[in-house]
Design a protein around this ligand. Structure first.
Ligand code: SF4
Length: 121
């Protein structure tokens, strides 16, 4: 069973990408970077924010997530970096380097495929 943690941008999650629904719909449909699980059993166990600019909370928040969920005997087997971080964060390179260094599981850049091509079209 794969257990997925999505890692996103505090400034974007829920406020701009309202409800984080594109990541969740993408996960439920196994679309975009979640397509890799199409033949697997997989659960989404968290959508974790970076903690705010410039991403100093990245490692502490990952550690806190691990501690919190250890009580539930849950831990991620994969971390997906959401496009709000990988494509839009000015600190993305540093943040992704930190996640890859500390997660201890595979880290995948990308989540849902629902990026709009245009706004008014
Ligand atoms: S550090 Fe990057 S991912 Fe985090 S809140 Fe700021 S812009 Fe968003």
């Amino acid at each position: 069973m794969e257990k997925v943690l999505v890692f996103g941008c505090k400034n974007t999650m829920d406020d701009i990408c309202v409800g984080c629904s594109r990541c969740m719909v993408g996960f439920n449909r196994k679309a975009g970077e979640f397509e890799r699980y199409k033949d697997d059993e997989v659960e989404l166990i968290g959508i974790l924010g970076c903690g705010g600019c410039p991403g100093m909370g990245t490692v502490p928040r990952l550690a806190q997530f691990g501690l919190w969920n250890s009580k539930l005997e849950e831990k991620p087997t994969k971390v997906h970096i959401a496009p709000c971080v990988s494509m839009h964060c000015p600190h993305a390179e540093t943040i992704m380097k930190k996640v890859k260094a500390k997660a201890g599981v595979e880290v995948i850049e990308g989540t849902h495929p629902f990026l709009p091509e245009n706004i008014f079209g």
